[in-house]
Design a protein around this ligand. Structure first.
Ligand SMILES: N[C@@H](CCC(=O)N[C@@H](CS)C(=O)NCC(=O)O)C(=O)O
Length: 311
């Protein structure tokens, strides 16, 4: 993480190395059932998105899933939950082995989500930003019947624009708070995050989902951050002005999604808490002072005079 520091101590996320698209165009990764394995760990919001979409769309028998332990070791993500500590399909102990087999000169972090080609034992795609969109579009021939259209053509521009905002202020916004190396960088990200959550809460007051009455890719993206918020970010990344349970519409919306197929059943709160506790423990400390909780309510009427006594 140490290299991903920008001006004034801001966190700047590394670019994806393996971004070849899926599809039938020249040079694209062919759509082929049984050929790919999605690698994730339940702590990771970027990987969780793809796991949700894979289940919602019924792609589980088409793209297999490998699960790393939620605590990242000094050597990176480890398949220690598997028998013998080795991913049963790829035969690797650590995710870094896969990245190194693909590109011996790879110097970035070996991240999830990563899609491996099981025939070659290499990473073919780790484009966490676009991965769900591939599952939603070019993988359509393998969707279950009655699968929802999470990325309808008529809404794509709107979804893409909203996804960018969600990324900047919310999905990556919490990381900008947690990985800030200066008080000013933390406060800037914190203010943007809560201003955006306030706005999203208002938006969801009158619509069931972000884009109206249908579930879309944007809802998956917002969900993965909301579900980690009170359990982890609030304390681990100091995003503590308000909790999600303090926002009436965001909280009901988050529960609505959690209770939907593919969402709550892929959410592992224990792994999330375990993983972020470890992130905090392994991080350098910059003595960032939390900006919350919200102090404004301390001066509102308490009504306790009516009980008598001196004041
Ligand atoms: N590919 C993106 C996003 C994916 C990502 O950050 N995944 C995290 C887990 S949430 C990861 O795998 N980190 C591995 C590491 O830091 O070594 C990135 O490199 O920033």
């Amino acid at each position: 993480m140490t290299r991903e520091v920008g001006a004034a101590g801001r966190f700047v996320r590394q670019a994806n190395r393996f971004a070849t698209p899926f599809g039938d165009g020249p040079g694209a990764l062919p759509i082929e059932p049984g050929r790919y394995r999605l690698l994730w760990t339940p702590i990771c919001p970027w990987a969780h998105r793809s796991v949700i979409v894979r289940r919602v769309l019924g792609l589980e028998s088409v793209i297999s899933l490998g699960t790393a332990h939620p605590i990242r070791t000094a050597d990176g993500w480890e398949f220690s939950r598997d028998p013998g500590g080795v991913d049963p399909v790829l035969g690797i102990r650590y995710l870094t082995e896969l990245y190194r087999a693909t590109d011996p000169d790879y110097e970035g972090r070996a991240t999830v989500p990563a899609v491996a080609d099981v025939n070659t034992g290499t990473v073919v795609n780790n484009d966490y930003f676009r991965l769900t969109n591939y599952l939603e579009t070019v993988w359509k021939p393998f969707h279950r019947s009655y699968a929802p259209d999470l990325y309808p053509e008529s809404l794509r521009d709107e979804i893409d624009a909203l996804n960018q905002v969600l990324f900047d202020d919310v999905n990556n916004g919490v990381y900008k708070c947690g990985f800030a190396r200066s008080q000013a960088a933390y406060e800037e990200a914190f203010d943007r995050l809560f201003a955006r959550l306030d706005q999203l809460n208002d938006r969801l007051a009158t619509r069931r989902y972000l884009l109206g009455d249908r579930l879309t890719d944007s809802d998956v993206r917002l969900y993965v951050t909301l579900v980690r918020f009170d359990a982890a970010y609030y304390w681990a990344f100091r995003t503590n002005l308000r909790r999600i349970v303090d926002y009436p519409h965001l909280w009901a919306y988050a529960r609505d999604l959690y209770q939907s197929y593919g969402f709550g059943d892929t959410t592992d709160f224990h792994a999330i808490k375990q993983g972020y506790a470890h992130v905090v423990a392994s991080q350098d400390q910059f003595a960032i002072i939390p900006q919350g909780p919200d102090r404004s309510a301390w001066l509102t009427a308490h009504g306790r005079e009516r009980l008598g006594g001196d004041s």
